[in-house]
Design a protein. Structure first.
Length: 166
């Protein structure tokens, strides 16, 4: 016979809180800090490659009439990450066909809308954070059974991940 006793009131001494990571806007998009943070992560993540300076310039140099935004994540003196983005792709608002064969994927405009989701659902699906079935249960994805099965096979992932450049 096994008897376990514990003091429930002792758990009140555990102080739980959600750590917050601040976002610091960067006025001067300097490749050096991004490169340093990227190299730190690359050492820990399989598949990350050393980036040529041209890749960094492409990320931070705006095209004509394009604004590029940069943020450091965490303490400004010791940031933990970064975000670089621009909002200029109107072409992302359409129907697309994703074809996958022999390890290669192709995306083109068109389709019947057999699988529908917004950008937050797509990000969760693409990164492997949620399965298509989870997204459907949460109301973030609408799909036929056939499209749901195909998406489950295409976006199978052992754990969430995403390359920081795509």
């Amino acid at each position: 016979m096994f008897v376990s006793a514990f003091n429930i009131s002792a758990t009140k001494d555990i102080h739980l809180h959600k750590p917050s990571l601040s976002l610091q806007p960067i006025a001067n998009l300097n490749c050096e800090i991004f490169h340093h943070l990227y190299q730190q992560q690359a050492k820990l993540t399989h598949g990350y490659l050393d980036r040529n300076p041209g890749v960094w310039e492409r990320l931070i140099q705006p095209e004509e009439k394009e604004a590029v935004y940069g943020y450091l994540i965490g303490n400004p003196d010791q940031p933990q990450g970064y975000i670089i983005f621009s909002q200029h792709l109107q072409a992302n608002n359409d129907k697309f066909i994703l074809s996958v064969a022999n390890g290669n994927a192709e995306v083109k405009q068109g389709g019947k809308g057999e699988l529908q989701l917004d950008i937050t659902g797509l990000a969760s699906l693409y990164t492997g954070l949620f399965t298509p079935h989870n997204l459907k249960l949460a109301g973030k994805l609408d799909a036929t059974d056939t499209a749901l099965l195909a998406a489950t096979q295409i976006f199978a992932s052992p754990s969430p991940w995403m390359a920081d450049f795509f």
